[in-house]
Design a protein around this ligand. Structure first.
Ligand code: SF4
Length: 375
């Protein structure tokens, strides 16, 4: 285990490993007509808001600030609501996004916003979810080739085949699925409500797709009440963590007199969840970390994608010792400010989310069933 700064008297410690480097512009950016002082003041805003002075130095922020200024200007001029998933990089989440959260909360916000154009900085299935709940709005997705190992691991045909083999058994899909998959399922769930909804479904059996780790967690939780048939998908990011690794990190820290509090995402293996003090969605992990920081508990291990660590560090003003490791999602990190700028300025056809009416109607029913059962 390495650290950027080591524990010392009253100094706060930052031990987040393998955090991705700040993304630099892909090429020459120019000033977009902004003055030197406007660029400097935007660079300072980014630098202090992101709150990670080593990774997001003032030079890095200065190189990105003409783009954040231009995006914020275009967004207002064109009446676009720009939303970003928590796993996007901080120049997006703190530089240009109007709202940052998980895909479910953002899709609802997008639906309720007065703006008729939504730009969703995220992976593909999330932009599709926004389109399903706001079919009459224009939904822009800056990185059309940004996929997801969970969502891409199952097709509508796979669901049809599962239903044929298990007639009458309700199929529950995690929200990390394409619109076409949602259209074939009975109800959709999120990481905050999957236990509650599966328990409430009628019958003695349920099929859960596509995440095998959440499926295993469901099997364990519903043992004796309901049989859970699971699919073989996984999130390639959360699959990286193992119970053995967590125990090793905890032991290492304990040898240094540090009692780690472990916060994990439910997309992890059940052994990881057993080693954890708190399990929850990205938003609840962030809230729990902020709550713990408020109680003066600083030594946390965060078992999830690096973007959650970025948000916690920014929102606790770097007053936490995040130890161990985070894993970067290569799909989430595909989007850069340039892609957002392109989608805002002159969207490419593939940056405009189009889903046929029948799929929208059927997928929408699956989401509505979630709202009903989650009440
Ligand atoms: S973190 Fe995992 S679930 Fe989320 S987009 Fe990346 S691969 Fe998909």
């Amino acid at each position: 285990m390495t650290s950027k700064r080591l524990h010392s008297e009253d100094q706060l410690v930052e031990m987040v490993l393998d955090m991705p480097a700040a993304p630099l512009p892909r090429g020459f950016v120019g000033t977009f007509g902004f003055s030197e002082s406007e660029i400097e003041s935007e660079a300072l805003r980014l630098h202090y808001t992101i709150g990670q002075p080593m990774r997001w130095s003032i030079d890095v922020c200065r190189s990105l600030s003409p783009m954040t200024l231009q995006i914020n200007k275009l967004k207002k001029e064109k009446g676009v609501f720009l939303i970003a998933h928590s796993y996007q990089t901080p120049d997006i989440t703190y530089g240009v996004a109007d709202s940052v959260a998980d895909s479910y909360a953002l899709s609802k916000e997008a639906r309720d916003s007065p703006q008729q154009t939504i730009l969703f900085s995220s992976v593909r299935f999330m932009a599709e979810t926004a389109k399903i709940v706001s079919p009459h709005k224009t939904v822009l997705h800056p990185s059309p080739d940004a996929g997801c190992s969970l969502s891409d691991g199952i097709t509508a045909e796979d669901v049809i085949s599962l239903k044929e083999k298990n007639p009458g058994v309700p199929v529950v899909c995690y929200i990390n699925t394409s619109a076409a998959v949602k259209a074939e399922c009975d109800v959709c769930v999120t990481s905050s409500n999957y236990l509650k909804i599966c328990e409430r479904l009628p019958g003695e059996k349920v099929i859960f797709v596509p995440d095998r780790f959440m499926g295993k967690h469901l099997q364990d939780s519903l043992r004796g009440k309901k049989e859970v048939l699971i699919y073989d998908g996984e999130c390639e990011v959360h699959a990286e963590f193992t119970g053995k690794k967590i125990r090793k990190w905890k032991d290492n820290m304990s040898n240094h007199g540090i009692d780690l509090i472990v916060l994990s995402h439910p997309e992890c293996d059940s052994e990881v969840l057993q080693e954890s003090d708190f399990v929850g969605s990205s938003e609840s992990l962030k809230e729990e970390a902020i709550r713990l920081a408020g109680e003066g508990k600083r030594d946390l291990m965060l078992i999830t994608e690096c973007g959650t660590a970025d948000r916690i560090l920014a929102e606790t003003n770097n007053h936490l010792n995040l130890m161990g490791s985070c894993v970067m999602c290569r799909h989430m990190k595909k989007t850069q400010l340039e892609d957002i700028l392109q989608a805002l300025t002159d969207p490419l056809p593939q940056q405009i989310v189009e889903i046929d009416e029948r799929t929208i109607r059927r997928a929408s029913r699956t989401l509505e069933e979630m709202f009903r059962l989650a009440e």
